[in-house]
Ligand binder design. Structure first.
Ligand SMILES: Nc1ncnc2c1ncn2[C@@H]1O[C@H](COP(=O)(O)OP(=O)(O)O)[C@@H](O)[C@H]1O
Length: 290
């Protein structure tokens, strides 16, 4: 991870075009390059190569995982739970963008315009925000919301090894409702969802039930909604996800790193199954619940 930090710092200092940073970092890291056989490995063989729990990754370091998935799928929820479980930082680029937005920094107004239209922030801005976040150095991480473009994935691949990419999937009908139901407590920062998803099974397809995650009474009057969680903007984010981010699935599948996970329901149904898919053991589950 120190390598990653150094390189992103160097990029931020030099304002070098990202493509040349990626090229030079790929050269620098040729001795510890990302395994890229091109073989289309299935998730089980990926896990067989890297049996979990992965407190330490392939080179005796902590896990370096990425979470992919449409807006509203629950990347933040599950990435955050796993980060507590595996004791690695959960780094969400959406949170970095929102922190910058709430500051009075020079970028704030430029970012507000982009984010409130549901568009993606430029790769350069995102890499700079990430490099600032990583200045302290990290040992292992779970990235959420990054990479989001093939270019970002190539840059990441040029600077460090990703062990596993978890692709969370949820039926399209549920995604919009999940985004519109999101609420955050302005005081404690707790995340809730007031949407109750109840899709009846029909023509052989199973139903889907996701209970709302309601706030405790002391948060009820302090709930806020993200400015970009309006119907129009969420639809635009979903469109951009399908056009620009979804190709990353094939990028990581071809490298044998993609673990597909269909969410079977809300947190009570999905969390144990996710742990199982990740081959995390019972002790880990107990410590997660603690
Ligand atoms: N890796 C990224 N590249 C470009 N823009 C990003 C990235 N991560 C976050 N953003 C910006 O921040 C916004 C919020 O991100 P996030 O909280 O991850 O949203 P979502 O709920 O759509 O997954 C995005 O719509 C986008 O404008």
């Amino acid at each position: 991870m120190a390598v990653l930090t150094r390189l992103w710092r160097a990029r931020a200092r030099a304002s070098t075009p990202i493509s040349s940073v990626a090229a030079s970092t790929i050269r620098t890291l040729s001795s510890c390059s990302v395994a890229n056989s091109g073989a289309d490995l299935e998730a089980p063989s990926l896990l067989a190569q890297n049996p979990l729990p992965l407190r330490h990754g392939p080179k005796d370091r902590n896990v370096q995982w990425v979470f992919l998935g449409c807006p509203g799928v629950g990347k933040g929820t599950y990435a955050s739970r796993l980060s507590h479980l595996l004791r690695v930082p959960h780094i969400a680029t959406g949170d970095l963008v929102r922190e910058e937005l709430s500051s009075s920094g020079p970028l704030a107004s430029q970012l507000a315009e982009i984010v409130n239209q549901g568009k993606l922030v430029s790769d350069e801005i995102i890499i700079n925000l990430l490099s600032k976040r990583l200045e302290g150095g990290e040992s292992g991480f779970i990235l959420d919301g990054f990479p989001r473009t093939i270019r970002q994935a190539e840059i990441l691949e040029g600077v460090t090894d990703i062990d596993l990419v978890v692709n969370l999937k949820l039926r399209e009908e549920a995604l919009l409702a999940k985004c519109l139901g999101r609420r955050t407590c302005s005081e404690c920062g707790g995340n809730y969802n007031i949407a109750c998803i109840d899709i009846k099974g029909e023509n052989g397809s199973p139903g889907l039930y996701m209970a709302p995650l309601l706030p405790p009474p002391h948060c009820e009057s302090k709930l806020i909604t993200r400015a970009d969680d309006t119907e129009e903007v969420v639809k635009e984010r979903l469109r951009i996800y399908h056009d620009v981010t979804q190709p990353l699935e094939e990028f990581y599948r071809s490298r044998g790193k993609l673990l597909e996970f269909d969410l079977p329901g809300g947190i009570p149904e999905s969390w144990p199954k996710l742990l199982q898919a990740l081959n995390l053991d019972h002790n880990d589950k107990q410590s997660a619940a603690a």
